[in-house]
Design a protein around this ligand. Sequence first.
Ligand SMILES: CC(C)(COP(=O)(O)OP(=O)(O)OC[C@H]1O[C@@H](n2cnc3c(N)ncnc32)[C@H](O)[C@@H]1OP(=O)(O)O)[C@@H](O)C(=O)NCCC(=O)NCCS
Length: 171
Amino acid sequence: MLNKNPNPFPILKTKRLILRQLEIGDEQEIFTLRSDDEINKYLDRPINKTLEEAKNFINNVLNNDALYWAITLGNNNKLVGTICLYGFSDENVSCEIGYELLTNFQGQGIMQEASAKVIDFAFNTIKVQKIEASLHKDNQCSRQLLDKLSFKKLDKTDDTNPELIGYYLKR
Ligand SMILES: CC(C)(COP(=O)(O)OP(=O)(O)OC[C@H]1O[C@@H](n2cnc3c(N)ncnc32)[C@H](O)[C@@H]1OP(=O)(O)O)[C@@H](O)C(=O)NCCC(=O)NCCS
């Protein structure tokens, strides 16, 4: 069985970042992430129109099985992006990873630093053997990140949506 419900919620630290649990006070930044056209260009999810929707999203996250971190810079508690592990499978000993950064915080290596830490946590604490990512084929920034993290591309496209490609990283 995977150790997928660590208690208390794991706070992860890197050289520049603190990854903490998402909280209701993050609704403004979550709203920006989920309403910005550029950030959502390749994401298949409804665009948030109100702050209330962002608050509901946070409440849902806090009540489901995903491990959903707010990425913050060490000297400031404000959320600059998110990273999550979800879709845990005891059968396949696997999970999926998702991530996003506010526009002003892209191009600084923040996600590379955050994802390396979260991947280490997934393999060594949750004990998955495989991490999967699903993304739009034109999402170059995300593909570059996965390449840097040594993810491999699946040969076949998603049966339900040929625009999506799958990547995986094995322990
Ligand atoms: C995917 C996403 C998180 C990648 O963000 P990113 O800023 O490109 O990734 P990183 O934080 O790892 O930064 C890497 C960039 O910072 C640069 N960089 C600057 N300082 C750096 C440092 N100290 N260390 C590493 N890289 C650094 C790198 O050269 C690279 O730039 P480049 O892409 O021009 O080569 C971002 O594009 C995003 O949020 N997209 C919208 C949401 C989305 O599509 N999510 C993925 C769904 S599958």
